[in-house]
Design a protein around this ligand. Structure first.
Ligand code: BDR
Ligand code: CA
Length: 312
């Protein structure tokens, strides 16, 4: 079993990613850390607890991290994820769950220093940039760092060129990518080029509901708002579920393929948050990112459906 920390901003698709991870025998989720992103961090904490409650896994600790980006003002994505950050499912807040006094960054430091722990980051990289500031060795001890964020050839999802997680906090994303470069390390970038292909369609949802009404009902409750958003904005029947793909790739590195390239993040101007992937080697710099470009869509759905349907 590989130990992972899920750093996230739940979030509809973050919740589906947590479900997949906790249904996967290959990984042990040693903790969940929350960052301000889709939802403010306190709401993200409550949502993580709601998902863990549904999974019967309130034993998994949840820590709260940054409540705003490193430099820029915080902009939530509740227009995409609903006013409760969980698709306006308005699931009741889980009683008796208070925010631990230990911060997300302190938890990351102490856990990563023990070694053999990976991080799957599903939100803005604010907590990880703060970890770099406070304890570079702990950051460099991360076994595998898989981040849902960025885009290479695909268009953005919150500007023509930028993906939400890196657009929300480009300064932190830049610190993370630059630090990896300076230390000869790599990030696995699960960007929009591959996640756009993972569309939860009404047909797939119907199948889930038929096969497992309890799971299907939960997923329908948290995704209907996302369906509506995707139809209005992108004319897609269904919703793109980005974050579970990062978990799936962590578990089965055969799901995605990509290229290694030096990658940096723009922190200002009209291309704010854009990932600049030097696939042609113009800068003559060593690679700091494995940028995924191809996805085995069937392998993803095989893994995702088999695992979530075996709940209950
Ligand atoms: C990313 O932004 C968020 O809205 C999703 O949770 C995902 O992590 C996609 O751009
Ligand atoms: Ca997310």
């Amino acid at each position: 079993m590989k130990k992972i920390i899920i750093d996230c901003d739940p979030g509809i698709d973050d919740s589906l990613a947590i479900m997949l991870a906790l249904q996967s025998p290959e990984v042990e989720v040693v903790g969940i850390t929350i960052v301000a992103g889709n939802a403010p961090s306190k709401m993200g904490f409550e949502n993580a607890k709601k998902v863990l409650n549904f999974l019967g896994r309130l034993d998994v600790p949840v820590y709260v991290g940054a409540d705003k980006p490193r430099v820029r003002d915080y902009v939530n994505a509740l227009d995409t994820h609903g006013s409760d950050g969980l698709g306006e499912s308005f699931l009741p807040v889980v009683e008796g769950q208070s925010i631990p006094s230990k911060s997300a960054v302190d938890f990351l430091k102490e856990t990563l220093r023990k070694g053999n722990v990976s991080v799957v980051a599903l939100g803005p990289l604010t907590n990880l940039a703060q970890l770099i500031d406070e304890d570079l060795d702990a950051f460099l001890a991360i076994e595998r760092l898989v981040s849902m964020g960025g885009n290479f050839r695909s268009h953005g999802n919150c500007s023509p060129v930028a993906e939400y997680n890196y657009w929300e906090d480009p300064d932190s994303a830049k610190v993370v990518y630059n630090t990896l470069y300076e230390n000869g390390r790599m990030i696995e970038m699960v960007g929009l080029d591959v996640t756009r292909k993972i569309v939860l369609t009404p047909n797939i949802l119907e199948d889930i509901k038929k096969a497992n009404p309890k799971v299907g009902d939960f997923i329908e409750k948290i995704t209907w708002f996302y369906f509506k958003f995707h139809w209005e904005w992108e004319h897609i029947r269904g919703c793109v579920i980005n974050d579970p793909l990062a978990v799936a790739q962590f578990i089965d590195p055969g799901i995605l393929k990509g290229i290694e390239a030096y990658t940096d993040v723009e922190t200002g101007g009209i291309s704010l948050g854009q990932t600049v992937v030097d696939s042609m080697g113009f800068y003559r710099k060593t690679s700091n990112a494995l940028v995924y470009t191809d996805v085995d869509v069937d392998a993803f759905w095989d893994m995702f459906l088999n695992r979530i349907l075996s709940l209950y």
